[in-house]
Design a protein around this ligand. Structure first.
Ligand code: CP3
Length: 356
């Protein structure tokens, strides 16, 4: 068995001792990197996602150029509904669009029950190739959207402001909403198991739109399906990260979902959340992504503040509270990564009992 050269991220996820706090960044392979934009010049977004050699290339870019402690396989959460038969278009500057969204029972019925080994084989091939090219330098993260977040796109057809179409569905036809969520949850569980089989070392569930629901509806329409997926993941020691944006009302429940790591947006002090739930799970986060617009000294101060807020000991995976923005200077991210690597040592070293 080959052993990872840098397994800090996996150890922190499992709350095992680490020498320093690991860091990776949501959307770390993306448009803020000139090297990513150069690859995108050669291929449109979906072609890129479906070409394993290009996926491996852009997945490795932030490892090589920025020095992060984990890679995340380059793809998109919306390749799942596409594989289920929905036509997907990704427009420059407008984001993803499903021109034929799901609006009734017939549309729902037309969604295919897929075998990820067939319809999403290109992702699995990309995972295998990327693992090989990473050569055990850092762990590889696989991911999926949560059923609720996928459903919002599938029903709305595009990014939404009020989410009135999907909210109409859950209140006026809850049976159809649950049937769809169940179908998506089964697909996501099979998909994540296939990614684990293909070689990923951890998985992250993105519930980007969990926070548009009330606490009660969040449990009914999102968390219950996330829990179903987690219970079906064939673990083999693979950490599961749950990032649900805007659901600070539900941290206690997230910590009891079966996930190993709970991802935080920047709406709460990480230290306060640790006091609440930090002995049950590891925490990931939680710098405001826009801090990367600031000067490097300010970025450094904010990083130290977050490290101090979490405090001493393992169980912290440093990250932003959401994806990195496309107009951030790569040097600023590099400075953040360098700072976390240097400054976090004091929160782990055995000599730290001398710290105040
Ligand atoms: O983190 C990584 O580096 C892996 C890559 C990744 C992408 N999308 C690449 C991408 C991941 C993990 C995602 C997840 C994703 N996709 C989410 C959940 C995370 C989140 O940010 O909330 C969501 C909601 C989507 C749906 C999606 N795909 C949107 C809203 C957009 C448009 C975003 C924009 O800023 O234009 C996409 C397209 C997309 N996915 C891009 C990238 C790099 C930009 C497309 C391009 O290169 O032109």
């Amino acid at each position: 068995m080959t052993v990872l050269k840098n397994d800090l991220f996996l150890r922190a996820c499992k709350r095992l001792p680490v020498e320093r706090t690991p860091i990776w960044i949501m959307r770390q392979a993306g448009r803020y990197l000139p090297e990513y934009r150069a690859v995108r010049k050669k291929a449109d977004f979906l072609t890129l996602c479906k070409t394993p050699e290009l996926v491996a290339e852009v997945t490795l870019q932030p490892v090589d150029l920025i020095g992060v402690d984990a890679a995340i396989i380059f793809s998109d959460i919306l390749v799942v509904p596409e594989a289920m038969g929905m036509h997907l278009e990704i427009y420059e500057g407008r984001g993803p669009v499903f021109p034929n969204p799901i609006r009734n029972e017939a549309d729902a019925k037309a969604l295919k029950e897929i075998d990820p080994g067939i319809e999403l084989k290109y992702v699995l091939d990309a995972v295998a190739l990327t693992k090989k090219e990473l050569n055990q330098r850092v762990p590889l993260i696989g991911f999926s959207g949560s059923p609720w977040t996928l459903l919002t796109y599938m029903v709305e057809g595009q990014g939404a402001k009020t989410f009135s179409i999907v909210k109409n569905l859950i209140y006026n036809n809850p049976a159809l909403a649950h049937a769809l969520l169940d179908k998506i949850a089964n697909t996501v569980a099979n998909y994540l198991n296939a990614k684990i089989e293909a070689g990923v070392d951890a998985v992250q569930l993105f519930d980007t739109w969990g926070g548009i629901l009330s606490p009660h509806d969040f449990v009914t329409f999102s968390l219950s399906y996330i829990e179903k997926i987690i219970s079906r993941i064939k673990r083999k020691d693979i950490p599961i990260i749950l990032f649900a944006k805007g659901v600070h009302f539900s941290f206690q429940q997230l910590a009891e979902s079966g996930a190993d790591v709970v991802g935080l947006d920047w709406s709460m002090e990480i230290g306060d959340v640790r006091k609440m739930i930090g002995d049950k799970v590891a925490l990931q986060g939680n710098m405001d992504p826009t801090v990367l617009y600031a000067g490097q000294e300010q970025i450094r101060q904010e990083a130290i503040r977050i490290l101090r807020s979490f405090g001493h000991g393992t169980g912290h995976v440093f990250n932003l509270g959401h994806g990195i923005l496309p107009d951030v200077p790569p040097e600023n991210l590099k400075a953040l990564v360098r700072c976390v690597k240097e400054e976090s040592v004091q929160f782990h070293s055995s000599g730290s009992e001398f710290e105040s």
